[in-house]
Design a protein around this ligand. Structure first.
Ligand code: ASP
Length: 360
């Protein structure tokens, strides 16, 4: 009997620890992270979430998106490998996506209801919780760089519109003519939405159902919600960083600001939790404080990053919103979650190779 008991005890002692070590974010990984010879690096980017179904992109367009995403994810990762900080990697990759007309940020920004391009961005340092954000820009070529300047060179966290652009001038950050942001495709998308909105209004008026457009009514409008860009990084010092940049939503009105420049909604980074960048229907992400919510679940409840991201995205879905997030914890574990048809995304896998995905 005694022998049997010892046998069971030995078996339990052998099996239990090995199954614990086999989990993601295990002690083995902590050891690896602490070794300066073999630091774990991590990098994920996104290029927006939305109605991107298989077959909705031409093979040429799909290849163009994949190429740019791969270029950007590799550029950020190489910066990390060269010893640069997570903030550098985030800024480098986001600038590349901002300069591409493919994404709804910088050069490819969507149009507001009154035919302007109005840009927002934010960035956060997971070690110090320093953050910088900008909103309502018309002339800043790379909003992410201005957001970083707000974080590092001003006593503030958020600057908007003309004031933010005056600060950009002071900081010698590149300004462009607002015409730089014009792209035919985004202009046509606005015209299409305006047309549909007009038809919708006429239908409602016919039903004598005129009135304020409520949150629920907004859902029926054909908003074009994809193309925002973002990145999260884990650098050689074990520090997390996150950043997001967007043109917002096509047809947005009267100084509307979405979640992308709101710290805790579209962007968040905390070494004790995770780094997050979001994309999707901003109003819902603001109301749920999505990025902070994911990190908080890890900080308070020690949830794995994928589970935390899924739980928060479920809340977005329940409330009626759509979109997605990329997230990373201090061990380099990846969390990618979205409830839209697709999300442009790319990350570096365990072997240091880029993985680019678009659909579910
Ligand atoms: N979240 C952005 C916004 O609401 C839009 C997007 O990600 O597509 O401004």
């Amino acid at each position: 009997m005694n022998k049997l008991f010892s046998l069971i005890l030995i078996t339990v002692l052998i099996i239990l620890p090995s199954s614990v070590f086999a989990q993601k974010g295990s002690f083995a990984e902590i050891k690896q992270l602490q070794s300066p010879q073999n630091p774990r690096l991590g990098f994920i980017i996104h290029g927006g979430a939305g109605v991107i179904t298989k077959g909705s992109l031409s093979p040429e367009k799909e290849a163009e998106y994949k190429k740019k995403l791969e270029e950007a994810v590799l550029a950020g990762y190489k910066a990390l490998q060269a010893g640069k900080s997570g903030l550098d990697a985030v800024e480098i990759a986001i600038r590349m996506l901002e300069d591409s007309p493919l994404f709804n940020a910088g050069k490819g920004a969507v149009f507001t209801n009154d035919g302007k391009n109005e840009l927002d961005a934010s960035i956060m340092n997971g070690k110090t919780l320093a953050a910088g954000a900008v909103a309502g820009l018309h002339r800043v070529k790379n909003p992410i760089t201005l957001a970083r300047a707000v974080m590092e060179k001003s006593p503030h966290v958020m600057m908007i519109a003309d004031g933010a652009e005056r600060f950009a001038e002071e900081q010698k950050i590149e300004l462009v003519d607002p015409k730089y942001f014009f792209t035919q495709e985004r202009w046509d998308a606005l015209q299409e939405i305006l047309k549909q909105e007009k038809e919708e209004k006429e239908k409602k008026e016919a039903k004598k159902n005129v009135g304020k457009v409520s949150q629920t009514d907004l859902r029926e409008l054909p908003y074009n919600k994809f193309g925002t860009v973002g990145a999260v990084a884990l650098d050689k010092d074990g520090n997390l960083a996150a950043g997001t940049s967007t043109g917002g939503m096509t047809n947005k009105k009267f100084g509307r600001v979405g979640d992308a420049p709101i710290i805790g909604a579209g962007t968040y980074a905390n070494n004790d939790g995770c780094a997050v960048s979001a994309t999707g229907w901003g109003e819902y992400f603001i109301r749920l404080g999505v990025a902070r919510d994911i990190s908080a679940m890890m900080e308070y409840r020690a949830l794995p990053v994928q589970q935390a991201a899924d739980m928060t995205m479920n809340k977005v879905k329940t409330l009626g919103g759509d979109g997605g997030v990329i997230a990373m914890d201090k061990f380099g574990n990846i969390g990618i979650s979205f409830n839209s048809e697709g999300m442009y995304r790319a990350y570096i896998d365990m072997n240091g190779k880029p993985v680019v995905e678009i659909y579910k």
